[in-house]
Design a protein around this ligand. Structure first.
Ligand code: MCA
Ligand code: AMP
Length: 501
C-alpha cells in the first residue's frame, strides 16, 4: 500500500490532493509533510515496526498528513473518534497500547490525562505537521498492518480491526474498478475519519487515483448543499441519515435555493449510500429532487466493501447489488452450507479485502472465520434476481444508528454501573432518521432517584454520544421469557407503543 500510493503520488506532485479547512495542498505537499511526520515519529530508528500511533485530529490536512506519516514510518495508524469523551478514548489507549498519542491542540484536553497516566508521549499536530528535516524512511511490506479501527460486536467492548496495507489496496482497487474513480474526480468528505467509509471509500480512494478530496470540518446540510451547488463535485458518498437530513434542508429552502442546490447535485457523476439500509422513500425523494439515483452498496469494517449496485445498469431499490470485483460473497445456513437462490442466508465474505485479525483477541478472531476461511458478517440476506437484499442482523444486540454500529450490551453494562439502576435492556427502535434509535428500559433501585436526564448525563460521560440512549423509560420489570431471558422484541414494543400514542 504505502509504497504504491507513494509512488503514484510522486508522479502527481503538482496536482491538488486535499482541500481542507487549513488550505489547499498538492500531492507534493502531502509527500513532503508525511515524510517529515514519519521522520519525527521514527526519532532516529529505522522502522516503527508496527508500533501503534493513536491520533486524535479533526478531519483536515493535519489528519491526512499524520495518517500518511504513520504509514511511512512503519507504524499502525489508530484514528481516535473526535466525538468521543475521555473515557472512550482511554479505553482505546489501554487496548491498542500505543507508543505515542498524536493530538490536535483543540482536542488535546480529551486525552492528556489518560496519556499521562499511562506514561505515553503526546505529540501535538501543530509541531508534528510542520516544516522540518526528513530522514531515510523504511520500506513497508504490503502484508504489514496499516491501521486499526475500533468496532463494536456482540462480545465485550469494541475490538480493534487490524487492516493491512494489502487490504486497503485491494479495497481501493476494487472500488476504483467498480465506480470508475479517475484523476479528474473531486469528492466531498464530511464523514468521520475513524471508519472505513470515510478513510477508504472516500479519502484513500481519491488519493490513490490522483483525485481531489475536499474535507469539510463537520457535516452541516446547508454547507453540503452550498458546496454541491457549485457543480464541480463529481463523487459524493454518505450514510442514509445524511441523505435524509439533506432532503429535510432542501424541503425547508425557498424555490431559487432549491433550484440551485438541485442543479449542483445533478452535476455529480455518482452519489453513493451505505453503512446502513437506505430506506426506499429516501432513495425515491432524493431522485425526485436531484435526478440522482443513489448507488447503494454494502460493507463492513472487517471486509471493506462487499456488494454494490452497478455504476451502469439498474440500481434496484432496497437491494445492494452483487459482489464487487475481487470479493467472494456467499449465503449459508447455520451449518455454513450454501443455500439455494431466493433463500435467506447468512452473509459470508472471502478475499484480499478481508481483515486478518482483531487486535489481541485470538478467540474472537477464530470465532468469526469458518474452517475454510470465510468471514461471518453477522448479516442476513437473500439473492433475488441476481441482486442481494439485506434482511437484517443475526444478533438483536447490534444496532446501527446514523451509520454508527453499536452494541446494546456495552450500553447496558455502562447503565448497570449506575447505583440507581437495578437492571436494564437496550434496544434499537426503527426510526426514519437514525435507522435504529437507541432506547433503554431501566428498572430503578427503589432508594435512588434516577430519571431520563440523570441517566443520559451519566451515559454521556462514559460513552460516545451516539451510544447514549435517546429515550430511557423507567419500568417496574423487564419482560422476560420462561427461561428468564429478556425479550428484546417486547422491550422494543414498549417504545413503539409510546410513539404511536
Ligand atoms: C450524532 N448523534 C447521534 C449520531 N450522531 N445519535 C445517534 N446516532 C448517530 N450516528 C447525536 C449527537 O450526540 C447529538 O446528541 C445529536 O445527535 C446531534 O448531534 P450532531 O452533532 O448535530 O449530529 P450530526 O453531526 O448531525 O451527526 C449525524 C451524522 C453522523 C452526520 C449522521 O452521525 C455521521 O456522520 N454518521 C456517519 C458515521 C459513519 O461514517 N459511519 C460509517 C461506519 P445530543 O443532542 O444528545 O448531544 S460503517 C463503515 O465504515 C462500513 C465499512 C460501511 O459499510 O460503510
Ligand atoms: P461497521 O461494522 O460499522 O462497519 O458496519 C457494518 C454493518 O453496517 C454491516 O454489518 C451491516 O449491518 C451494515 N450495513 C452496511 N451497509 C449496509 C447497507 N447498504 N444496507 C444494510 N446494512 C448495511
Amino acid at each position: 500500500m504505502t509504497p504504491n500510493i507513494i509512488e503514484r503520488s510522486e508522479a502527481r506532485r503538482d496536482r491538488i490532493a486535499v482541500i481542507a479547512p487549513e488550505g489547499v495542498f498538492t500531492y507534493g505537499d502531502l509527500l513532503d509533510a508525511s515524510a517529515v511526520v514519519a521522520t519525527r515519529l521514527l526519532a532516529g530508528r529505522d522502522d516503527m515496526e508496527g508500533e501503534r500511533v493513536c491520533f486524535l485530529v479533526p478531519p483536515g490536512w493535519a489528519h491526512v498528513a499524520t495518517q500518511w506519516g504513520i504509514w511511512r514510518a512503519g507504524g499502525i495508524a489508530v484514528p481516535l473518534a473526535t466525538s468521543h469523551p475521555p473515557a472512550e478514548l482511554a479505553y482505546v489507549l489501554d487496548d491498542a497500547q500505543p507508543e505515542v498519542v498524536v493530538a490536535h491542540g483543540e482536542l488535546l484536553g480529551r486525552v492528556t490525562e489518560s496519556a499521562q497516566d499511562r506514561g505515553l508521549t503526546i505529540l501535538q499536530t501543530e509541531a508534528l505537521v510542520s516544516l522540518g528535516p526528513t530522514g531515510q524512511l523504511p520500506s513497508v511490506d504490503a502484508a504489514r498492518p496499516a491501521m486499526m479501527l475500533y468496532t463494536s460486536g456482540t462480545t465485550g467492548r469494541p475490538k480493534g480491526v487490524v487492516i493491512s496495507h494489502a487490504n486497503v489496496t485491494a479495497q481501493v482497487e476494487s472500488l476504483t474498478t467498480a465506480w470508475d474513480w479517475r484523476d479528474t474526480d473531486q469528492v466531498l468528505l464530511h464523514l468521520p475519519l475513524h471508519h472505513v467509509h470515510g478513510i477508504v471509500n472516500i479519502l484513500t480512494s481519491a488519493l490513490w487515483n490522483g483525485a481531489i478530496c475536499e474535507i469539510l470540518p463537520r457535516f452541516n446540510p446547508v454547507d453540503v448543499w452550498e458546496r454541491l451547488s457549485r457543480g464541480d463535485v463529481t463523487v459524493y458518498m454518505a450514510v442514509p441519515t445524511v441523505y435524509r437530513r439533506l432532503i429535510d434542508a432542501w424541503e425547508d429552502a425557498d424555490a431559487p435555493t432549491r433550484e440551485a442546490w438541485s442543479a449542483g447535485a445533478r452535476a455529480c457523476r455518482v452519489m453513493i449510500s451505505g453503512s446502513a439500509a437506505l430506506p426506499v422513500p429516501t432513495l425515491e425523494r432524493w431522485q425526485e429532487i436531484t435526478g440522482q439515483r443513489l448507488l447503494e452498496r454494502y460493507g463492513m469494517t472487517e471486509i471493506g466493501m462487499a456488494l454494490s449496485n452497478p455504476l451502469e445498469g439498474e440500481r434496484r431499490a432496497g437491494h445492494v447489488g452483487r459482489p464487487l470485483p475481487g470479493v467472494s460473497v456467499r449465503l449459508v445456513n447455520d451449518e455454513d452450507e450454501p443455500v439455494e437462490d431466493e433463500t435467506q442466508g447468512n452473509i459470508q465474505v472471502q478475499g484480499p479485502t478481508v481483515f486478518a485479525k482483531y487486535w489481541n483477541r485470538d478467540a474472537e478472531t477464530e470465532a468469526v472465520f469458518t474452517a475454510d476461511g470465510w468471514f461471518r458478517t453477522g448479516d442476513q440476506a437473500v439473492v433475488q434476481g441476481g441482486a442481494f437484499r439485506i434482511l437484517g442482523r443475526t444478533s438483536v444486540d447490534i444496532l446501527k444508528t446514523g451509520g454508527e454500529k453499536i452494541s446494546a450490551l456495552e450500553i447496558e453494562d455502562v447503565l448497570r454501573g449506575h447505583p440507581g439502576v437495578t437492571d436494564c435492556a437496550v434496544v434499537g427502535v426503527p426510526d426514519a432518521d437514525w435507522g435504529d434509535k437507541v432506547c433503554a428500559a431501566v428498572v430503578r433501585t427503589p432508594s435512588e432517584a434516577v430519571n431520563h436526564e440523570t441517566l443520559r448525563a451519566y451515559a454521556k460521560e462514559r460513552l460516545a454520544p451516539y451510544k447514549v440512549p435517546k429515550e430511557i423509560r423507567i419500568v417496574d420489570a423487564l419482560p422476560r421469557n420462561a427461561m428468564g431471558k429478556v425479550m428484546k422484541q417486547a422491550v422494543r414494543e414498549l417504545f413503539e407503543v409510546t410513539e404511536e400514542e
